[in-house]
Design a protein around this ligand. Sequence first.
Ligand SMILES: [Ca+2]
Length: 281
Amino acid sequence: MKASRRFLAALAAGLTSLAMVGSPAVAAVPSNDTFSGAEAIASVPFSTSQDTTEATTDADDAELNAFCGAPAMDASVWYSYTAAADEALLADVSASDYSAGVFVATGAPGSFNILACGPGGAAWEAATGETYYVVVIDDQQDGAGNGGQMELTIDVAPPPPALEVTVNPKARFDSKTGSAILSGTVMCGSDAVFAFLEAQVTQRVGRMLIRGFGGTEVTCDDTTRPWEMWVAGDNGLFKGGKAVSATFSAACGMVFCSEYFSEDTIQLSGKKMVTPKGRAR
Ligand SMILES: [Ca+2]
């Protein structure tokens, strides 16, 4: 029984020492904690998982954040990548188990040029041969801890959603309300996260320049759809005749937005218009 107890005691001691040896290995200060230790990325797509709980922050992080203003720059880890192609890249850390953010910069301490930054990830236009520093931080938007299990993926950024807009040069006006009624078509890609279409209408009526704004929601499903927008004059009523419309639309994906802008002369008519179905409206 005594031998058995000694064995158990030795085993327990062994476990303790194993644990003591093991702890620092699990949560050591990462070799890429600072700029000088930046881990070189050979090619993209690239993905890695890293324990950043022992990573620290320093003056280089502060220099990066002077541009971006993240709530915190804790537990920063550094990567470098020399671009092999001219392409838009996305560094995504949104799968990390803490509130991680990304900074992308060129240059060196004291002369960093910050290209992009953001919570969860950042995208930038990479140029062949240029070396980029990708810095992952704990921005503390979750308000606790230092780093955690970081998941970083760098890949070609998804292109902006498709966006095609037309503006019908023949518009109507409602004689009762003095609103201009614009129409056209819009096709927005189904990969859009959000989209909108707005227009400003200006029309000279006598000595007055009547101006109004309007907007409409856009359905993003890869289908060309008609749009119609009522625009009320802010300082008077629109009348029949020529007017100028400035139409602006945007459709944004996870990284990039497509934009449309057009200034058109439109004809406001009070006549009842006939739809393609032949129904007066
Ligand atoms: Ca650091």
